[in-house]
Structure formats: C-alpha cells, structure tokens
Design a protein around this ligand. Structure first.
Ligand code: PGA
Ligand code: ZN
Length: 418
C-alpha cells in the first residue's frame, strides 16, 4: 500500500519548474518519479498543467502540485494496488478528460513512473526486470544515440535540423558504446573549437556552433568519428537525424531548408541526397506532424534503406501508431512516456509498434531531470534503441550511467539493435 503521496517543484535542465511525485510505501521506503518537458512538442501530445501568470514565465506548476497532494493522493493512499494498468486506469478516470487536461500530463506521468517503481519494489525486482516481466519482453541493452550537434528549437544557431546523433551500432557492449560516444564527442569539441572559436550549447547538451547547412553539421560528425579513430558507417558508427520538420514547415507540404522552399518530393530528394552522401541510419520527423502525405512518400522512397521514425507524428499513442502502420507512414515510432501520459499507455505503444513490425526508439525530452526511468524502460522492453542527448550534462548522462550500471550487473544481456 501507498501511505502518502507528495508533489514537489523541482527545476528541469532548462531551469523551468517541473513535477516530482514521491510515494511513501508501507515498509518505509519512498519512491519518486519526475516529469520531463519538451520544447518542440507535438500538437497531439498529452497536456502539461502550467499556472500561467508571471512566476517562472508562466511555467510554474503550483496547481499541478496541489492536485497531486489532494486528488491524486486521495485516490492512491490507503488502497492496495497490484498492477500498473489498474493505477493508470484509475488516474485516467479521476482526470476524466482526453490528454489529462485536468490533472496535467506532468502530474500523471510523474505519478505513473513513481507507481511503477513502487510495484517493482513490491515485487522485489529491479525496475527493468519488472518491466520485462509484466510485458513478457526479452530484455536487451540498447544502442545509444548521442545527440552531439543541436539546432532547431534546441539551439540559438541558424541550423534548421534539430538533432545530429551518433550511434555506435557496432559496439560490443554498453561500455564500448559509451566510450565511443564520449570519444567522438570530445573529438567533435576540438574540431568545433578550432573552426568556430566557441562550442555553443544546445538544450540536449550537444554543441551549437553557428552553422546553417545540415551538410556542414554532417561533415563535422564524419570528421569527428574519424579523428576519434572509428569508422563512419551505417553498420559501424552511424549517424541519425531528427530534423523535427514541424519547426521548418511552411504548411501545405512546403518546407524551408536554408533559403530553399522545398515541396514534398523536393524534401524527399534532399533526404535521399543526404543518405547517399553520409552514413545515416535513421531520420525522425522528416515531415510535419500532420503531413501524412509527406511521411507516406518518404517511407515509400526511403523506407527500405533507413529507419524512418515518427515522433510528433505519433506522440506515443498506440492508435496513431497503428494507423501509421496501416497507412505505411514510417517503419519506426519514437517512445516518450510524457507524450501519452502513463507508463501503461507507453508500454501499449511499444507493444503496438512491435505487433505491426515497427521498430521503437525510447527517448528523453529536451527538458530533463535526473530521473532514469527511460533507461530501465528501454532495457526491460528490449526495443534496442534509445536517445538521451549528448554524453555530457548530468540529466543526459544519468540515463547512460544507469544503462552502464545495468550492463555491469547483468553482462548476459545482449547489446545492440534487434
Ligand atoms: P522535445 O524534442 O523534447 O523538445 O520535444 C525532442 C524530439 O523532438 O525528439
Ligand atoms: Zn523528435
């Protein structure tokens, strides 16, 4: 049983308030869950509760904290709970809206994460093992996708694409993958410092030099991989992109990249040129969230060559993922618990993707905390891929360090893509 529920205001990695939920359990143990926050959020995401007004630029969370201490506490305390689905369903019923507009998706996701920790504790299992057990998954260590160059809504430079990631696909273990990521990150730091005089910093810990052309960013990555002593290649040290095309969409299937206005086929051709030229294994949100026709054309043209990931397109919603599979919009889904609201729905999104042959990549948000839930989530569900920003900055490395810890304790877990 849960004896007490408490909401606390903590700061996220951008210095804005977010929600931490603490659950006091009957054996004296306290477990917590933190809500992360996006910047390039999808229009169809579950909705955070923010105060408005003047404190913290309108982003304070006093109403959310109040609802945690009253309504959510009233729901959860003194009862005995046996399954996360039961808790999450009770939260949804208590909320009574779509997208958790009343309680706030921030209150709900933090509660659901804390409740998962409580149930894993009651089962006497590490969180990832509990997740593997309740989902019937084969656990696996994921390929980390380190976001080392930042643009778009995450940086102050002129780079239209949001994320340039390196993925050590051919590493032999989690420890190898982290070492390769850190080596490339340091080689890149030296290159950027030499060429631009300063590093710049994006929200996810990557560098943000004043470049504008995606090709310039990609050249830097390839150089950094080589200088660090590794081989760039889709099956070796690969590159992944998240253009986050919502942010440079002009509506009506038209996109502004550098100074060019591209139509759908023009943008598909541009991506084809990039994957012909660079070792790119994955492109996420290549089109705007409601441009299904753009995604359909991209999947038809490039889906047999690279992974095409839907993030804002699917917002971790099992129904949207199912529809996307039927319409052949992508071959992969991004998984962010706070986009949909609860752990059960997140597990449902992963299960749905798997059942229709889509890959899943688990993801942090650009505004993060030191909560490491997503590390256990990706291992327990065995999806084989995670992105958690640069291999630098505490809130990003918290996840990579948790993965390293699990790998050290369980060397039998296989590493790599499925
Ligand atoms: P966000 O960005 O957390 O700011 O939404 C991450 C992403 O687009 O993948
Ligand atoms: Zn994205």
């Amino acid at each position: 049983t849960i004896d007490a529920v408490h909401g606390a205001r903590i700061l996220d990695s951008r210095g804005y308030p977010t929600v931490r939920v603490s659950l006091e359990l009957d054996d004296g143990r306290t477990v917590t869950g933190d809500a992360p926050a996006g910047a390039s959020t999808g229009a169809h995401e579950a909705v955070e509760l923010r105060d408005g007004g003047s404190a913290f630029g309108g982003r304070d969370v006093t109403q959310a904290l109040h609802l945690i201490d009253t309504d959510i506490s009233g729901l959860l305390t003194g009862r005995s709970w046996s399954a996360i689905g039961q808790i999450d369903a009770a939260l949804a019923e208590l909320d009574g809206t779509t997208g958790y507009r009343r309680l706030g998706a921030n209150s709900v996701v933090a509660t659901s994460i804390a409740a998962s920790r409580a149930l894993a504790h009651a089962a006497d299992l590490p969180l990832w093992q509990w997740i593997a057990e309740i989902t019937g998954s084969t656990p696996r260590m994921p390929v980390p996708h380190f976001n080392v160059l930042n643009g778009g809504a995450h940086a102050a430079n002129e780079l239209d694409f949001q994320e340039f990631m390196i993925a050590p696909v051919n590493a032999g273990s989690m420890a190898d993958a982290v070492r390769i990521g850190a080596d490339v990150y340091h080689a890149l730091a030296a290159l950027v410092r030499d060429r631009f005089g300063s590093l710049g910093l994006g929200d996810e810990g990557g560098f943000a030099p004043s470049i504008a052309a995606p090709e310039e960013a990609l050249d830097l990555l390839v150089d950094a991989i080589r200088t660090a002593g590794y081989e760039p290649g889709v099956d070796q040290v690969a590159i992944a992109l998240d253009p986050a095309a919502n942010e440079f969409s002009q509506g009506d299937g038209s996109y502004r990249v550098l100074n060019d206005s591209l139509d759908r086929d023009g943008l598909v051709d541009y991506y084809r040129h990039l994957i012909d030229t660079y070792p790119i294994r994955s492109i996420e949100d290549g089109f705007a969230e409601d441009d299904h026709e753009g995604f359909r054309r991209m999947q038809a043209a490039l889906g047999d060559r690279i992974q095409i990931v839907g993030d804002d397109l699917y917002v971790t919603d099992p129904q949207r993922i199912r529809d996307g599979g039927e319409q052949q919009l992508t071959n992969a889904a991004l998984i962010k618990p706070n986009q949909i609201g609860t752990v059960s729905q997140t597990l449902g999104a992963i299960a749905t993707a798997k059942s229709i042959g889509m890959a899943s990549m688990v993801s942090h948000r650009s505004g993060e905390t030191t909560d490491t839930f997503i590390a256990d989530l990706v291992v327990g569900t065995g999806t084989g891929q995670i992105k958690s920003g640069a291999p630098g900055r505490g809130e990003r490395v918290a996840k990579y360090n948790r993965l390293t810890e699990i790998a050290e304790q369980h060397p039998e877990l296989p590493y790599g893509l499925i």
